[in-house]
Ligand binder design. Structure first.
Ligand code: C5P
Length: 395
């Protein structure tokens, strides 16, 4: 997902510098190009040779290197990378950055940069809590510098408290999501949950959808910084407050809300929308009466997936539907793909695994116009992450 990215890593003087060697390995494994500036302090903890061997790049150390500076090395280093990560970030380099002091290559690059900058602090708890450090951090945060961590725990100095550099996976996840956020500002529509079709003020026809899969998809896109709209039927799941959620009850409500949304890059219709609604629902509770059993007349609901797939001017670049089937999974899903004119269908066989409704796992076949990809069983969160990766590769 993060391929083709370029990161400038600044290793400053802190015991956690040894972890930065492993961080370089993780970044490289994920096809990220890493250039490194090793400060005078950083050099005391790790050698330039180890950094060069792992990054497979020249290591930059000297502000006044004749060769690098004829090429304006301090400007070039920030311009040719997507972001700068300072890990570990000592109290000293944070203070220099906050004061705008540029007396070595690392601090000069930080001052001259036009790219996002991330600090992963690592220091003694007292240094972290010192009001001067906290003031510097507040100033930097107010000026759009990003901070990852620190964590709390046992520190290398023998004391305990805030100051441990965040674990490497957290740092990796954070910076790659933020890059993606900068790179793709996608408008995502997700429908999720069941619909309730009203019989009278207390009764409805619904279905077993829990909404979990669609909500996980909305969360996964949101985590990447995409602009997510979640149109959600009645369900018990809790939704993070910062996801833009439009709650609806009936299929017609859902259709009405979606018609208002013009700009959609990717639509994922995971909702189990009722195919029918009840004609003339009663305004008052229908009384039990053996002689006069109520008759429910049904009318077809609008098919929202089909509507989105066939929008003339503002069809999303990618429209994805779901198909829960009890028989002929692939055949039925393929028919759905072509009938509704969507791009992908995520099909699941609910006869084999009745737990899919309401459960935490899902077994998906991803059907596109020319291909069927059978996934193993994953948690709904993992399915969401796999889907997000697929979308990003294909959009
Ligand atoms: O035809 P069926 O209901 O099995 O199709 C399932 C797919 O179509 C799902 O993606 C569902 O969200 C979508 N759908 C819809 N509007 C409907 C019925 C289904 O968007 N009225």
């Amino acid at each position: 997902m993060a391929k083709n990215l370029k990161i400038l890593l600044i290793i400053s003087g802190g015991i956690a510098a040894y972890k930065s060697l492993e961080l370089i390995r993780i970044l490289k494994k994920n096809n990220i190009k890493v250039q490194v500036i090793l400060t005078k302090g950083g050099e005391k903890f790790v050698t330039a040779l180890s950094v060069a061997a792992l990054s497979e790049e020249k290591v930059y150390q000297d502000l006044f290197s004749l060769k690098d500076e004829t090429e304006m090395g301090h400007i070039r280093l920030s311009r040719e990378n997507d972001l700068i990560l300072v890990a570990p970030a000592s109290a000293n380099i944070i203070a220099h950055a906050a004061a705008g002091i540029s007396n070595d290559l690392a601090t000069t690059v930080l001052l001259a940069s036009n790219k996002p900058i991330f600090f992963a602090p690592s220091m003694n708890v007292e240094m972290w809590n010192n009001p001067i450090t906290q003031k510097n951090i507040k100033f930097l945060k107010d000026n759009n510098f990003n901070f990852i961590g620190p964590d709390s725990g046992d520190l290398a100095c023998g004391e305990t408290g805030d100051g441990r550099m965040s674990d490497l996976n957290t740092i990796y996840e954070y910076i790659t999501s933020t890059i993606i956020k900068k790179k793709i500002k996608l408008n995502i529509l997700v429908t999720a949950g069941p619909t309730y079709e009203v019989i009278d003020p207390v009764r409805y026809i619904g279905n077993k959808s829990s909404g979990k899969q669609g909500i996980e998809i909305a969360k996964a896109f949101h985590k990447l910084g995409a602009n997510v709209k979640l149109v959600l039927g009645p369900c018990r799941e809790s939704i993070p407050k910062d996801i833009n959620t439009i709650n609806i009850e009936t299929a017609k409500d859902m259709y009405k809300e979606i018609k208002k949304i013009n700009k959609i890059d990717v639509a994922i219709c995971a909702a189990a929308v009722s195919d029918w609604s009840i004609d003339n629902p009663s305004n008052v509770k229908i009384k039990k009466n053996n002689k006069n059993k109520p008759k429910l007349n049904l009318s077809l609901n609008p098919d929202i997936l089909e509507y989105i797939s066939n929008r003339k001017n503002n069809r999303p670049k990618l429209v994805i539907g779901f198909a829960a089937e009890t028989d002929n999974l692939i055949k039925n899903a393929k028919e759905k793909l072509s009938k509704k004119n969507c791009d992908w269908i995520l099909a699941n066989d609910i006869s084999k695994n009745p737990e899919i409704f309401g459960g935490n796992n899902n077994t998906i076949s991803l059907i596109t116009k020319n291909n069927v990809d059978n996934w193993s069983t994953y948690s709904k969160k993992e399915v969401a992450e796999k889907l997000v990766n697929k979308v990003i590769e294909n959009i």
